[in-house]
Design a protein around this ligand. Structure first.
Ligand SMILES: Nc1nc2c(c(=O)[nH]1)N[C@H]1C(S)=C(S)[C@@H](COP(=O)(O)O)O[C@H]1N2
Ligand SMILES: [Mo]
Length: 201
C-alpha cells in the first residue's frame, strides 16, 4: 500500500513555490528545444570565442583557452517567452564578468552573435555582476547541440531568447542595436517578471 502511493506520488510533479514562477508562465520538467533554424554543429577545434566591436583591442579564445578560464556551476530558473519555465537548471561555464574583464570599453551595449546567424542585444548592466555566463555544460554533461553546444549564452534573469545558443562572440556597441527577435517585435529588454514579451509590453 505504502509502496503504491509512494510510486504515484513520485510521478506527480513536485510542488513548486508559485513565487518562483513569473506571471503567465507554467513549469515544465522536460527541456523543450526552440531554434529559429537548423542546428549548427561546430567542432570544438573549429570553435572560438571573440569579443570585438567598441573595444581597445579585440580578444579571441580557442576552445582550449576558453576551457582553461575559471568556470562556475550555477543553478538557475529559466523562462521562455512561449510561457514554459524550467526550475533549478544547472550549468557550467565562464561568467561574462571574467570575459569582459579582458577588454577595455566605454560601450554600454553588446550584440551576441552565433553560428547560424542568430543575434540578440543586451545592455552591459544586464550581464555584469554575476548575471550572465557562456556555458558549455548542462546538468554536468557537455551541452547538447540542440541546446546550444558547444557553448551558449545564459542570461537567466531575462527571457530565454536572450540566451543565444551556439554563441561565438560578443560585439560591444556604443548604441543599442536590436537583435534577431528584438527586430521582429519581441521586447527589447525581456524581463519575465515584468512580462516584457513583445515591444510595447
Ligand atoms: N542561436 C540561437 N539561439 C537561440 C535561439 C535560436 O533560434 N538560435 N532561440 C532562442 C529562444 S527563442 C529560446 S526560447 C531558447 C531556447 O533554448 P533551448 O532550445 O535550449 O530550450 O534559445 C534561444 N537562443
Ligand atoms: Mo523563445
Amino acid at each position: 500500500m505504502a509502496r503504491i502511493s509512494r510510486r504515484l506520488r513520485g510521478r506527480r510533479r513536485r510542488e513548486v513555490d508559485p513565487a518562483r514562477v513569473p506571471p503567465g508562465q507554467y513549469v515544465v520538467d522536460d527541456f523543450p528545444v526552440l531554434s529559429a533554424g537548423p542546428t549548427p554543429r561546430t567542432a570544438p577545434e573549429q570553435w572560438s570565442f571573440q569579443i570585438d566591436g567598441a573595444v581597445a583591442e579585440p580578444i579571441t579564445w580557442t576552445w582550449e583557452q576558453f576551457r582553461a578560464m575559471p568556470s562556475q556551476t550555477i543553478t538557475v530558473d529559466i523562462h521562455c517567452v512561449t510561457k514554459w519555465s524550467k526550475l533549478d537548471t544547472a550549468w557550467t561555464g565562464v561568467s561574462l564578468d571574467a570575459l569582459l574583464e579582458r577588454v577595455e570599453t566605454e560601450a554600454d551595449h553588446l550584440t551576441a552573435w552565433c553560428d547560424g546567424g542568430y543575434t540578440t542585444n543586451l545592455a552591459l548592466e544586464d550581464v555584469a555582476g554575476g548575471k550572465a555566463w557562456v556555458v558549455y555544460e548542462f546538468g554536468g554533461e557537455p551541452l547538447a547541440a540542440e541546446h546550444g553546444g558547444p557553448a551558449r549564452l545564459l542570461v537567466p534573469d531575462l527571457y530565454l531568447w536572450k540566451s543565444a545558443k551556439w554563441v561565438r562572440g560578443l560585439t560591444l556597441t556604443p548604441q543599442d542595436e536590436p537583435g534577431f527577435w528584438e527586430a521582429a517585435g519581441y521586447h527589447n529588454h525581456g524581463d519575465p517578471w515584468k512580462e516584457q514579451r513583445y515591444s510595447g509590453d
